[in-house]
Design a protein around this ligand. Structure first.
Ligand code: SF4
Length: 290
């Protein structure tokens, strides 16, 4: 729980604040852009939520913060309509959802949930929070868990045990607690793991990084690719490339073989663009990387 006594000095006056435990994961910046923004090594409240929509955003950020660094001076009653997994696109019955409840062990990475008739899918792992677990149970549980790379696996073991799901990761990132993951993708080739679910190996950020393409529309990218608000384009993370930048650049080019309208990253902002604009932005990113 955030402490008022540790309130950062650059928060504006008012109910919401960020305290000194912030790890600068940037989650609140994109979940609630009307109230939160980043500074050099932390985030803060630059404007108190003034509208009902901004208040909803701020409450979602509070729930998502991996370290509980967002607090309120006066107790806030969480709006009943806020519920994670939170619909991003599609319908409540068949759609893509943001799990919220980011985990500190993955530096606040975003986890997504796909609800579909053929069996639900969890992409990377959120915190094993009972509120979230109960809601996922109500939505039909998890059949498949896809782990984009070694850094964003958080509580994958707890989710796998609770829901009895089959996990997938690339063999080159099947390390640490992921070394016993049931299905380990090998080599550089795309692999269809289920109807409409294709794993695209994209080594670079880590050796075993991989994206998941769903329905030729949604690309879950882990830490390979995200929307950059300053560049107004897709970008890779140059300063967070742990394996090989030139390999990552080559991997980025392989994505030109696929059409998709959404990029949903582990870190950073997601984006929805028509196919042609997404492709143009991907080409812009590849040029920038070179
Ligand atoms: S979500 Fe929490 S830890 Fe992450 S930047 Fe915001 S306040 Fe800091």
């Amino acid at each position: 729980m955030a402490k008022s006594s540790q309130r950062l000095f650059d928060n504006v006056e008012g109910n919401y604040f960020v305290d000194q435990t912030c790890i600068d994961c940037s989650t609140c910046n994109w979940v609630a852009p009307e109230s939160f923004q980043g500074a050099s090594d932390h985030s803060f409240v630059y404007r108190q939520p003034l509208t009902p929509d901004a208040a909803i955003q701020a409450q979602k950020a509070l729930i998502s913060c991996p370290v509980g660094a967002i607090g309120t001076e006066q107790k806030v009653k969480i709006e009943p309509r806020i519920r994670f997994p939170d619909l991003v696109d599609g319908t409540e019955e068949i759609g893509v959802f943001h799990c919220g409840f980011h985990s500190e062990s993955s530096f606040g990475a975003t986890s997504y949930f796909i609800r579909r008739a053929a069996g639900n899918v969890l992409i990377d792992s959120p915190r094993f929070a009972s509120t979230l677990v109960k809601q996922i149970e109500k939505m039909g549980g998890i059949d498949i868990m896809f782990l984009t790379h070694r850094d964003d696996i958080a509580d994958h073991q707890k989710y796998a045990k609770h829901f009895g799901c089959e996990r997938f990761i690339h063999r080159d990132d099947a390390v640490s607690t992921a070394r016993h993951v049931e299905h380990q993708i090998e080599g550089p080739d795309a692999v269809e793991i289920d109807d409409g679910l294709t794993v695209l190996p994209v080594p670079g950020h880590t050796k075993g990084s991989a994206c998941l393409l769903f329905d030729n529309t949604y690309l879950f990218t882990g830490d390979h690719l995200a929307w950059n608000i300053e560049a107004q384009n897709l970008r890779a993370f140059r300063t967070a490339c742990w394996y090989d930048w030139s390999v990552q650049t080559t991997s980025m080019s392989t994505l030109l073989d696929y059409a998709f309208e959404w990029v949903l990253p582990g870190h950073g902002r997601r984006i929805n663009l028509p196919n042609e604009k997404m492709r143009a932005s991907l080409e812009n990113c590849i040029t920038w990387m070179k």
